[in-house]
Design a protein. Structure first.
Length: 45
């Protein structure tokens, strides 16, 4: 999809845009799924 933007943006800004998309996706994934993976010690014996 972003390949269509190459003539307008150029490859430099395309890679910068892709880096922003990847970082935003990692942060979004962490807040949606990653925090559930943290296990707290159980208090029941």
């Amino acid at each position: 999809v972003l390949g269509i933007m190459v003539p307008i943006m150029g490859y430099r800004y395309l890679y910068i845009t892709m880096a922003i998309v990847v970082i935003a996706s990692i942060i979004l994934y962490y807040f949606m799924h990653g925090r559930k993976a943290i296990h707290y010690p159980s208090t029941s014996n």
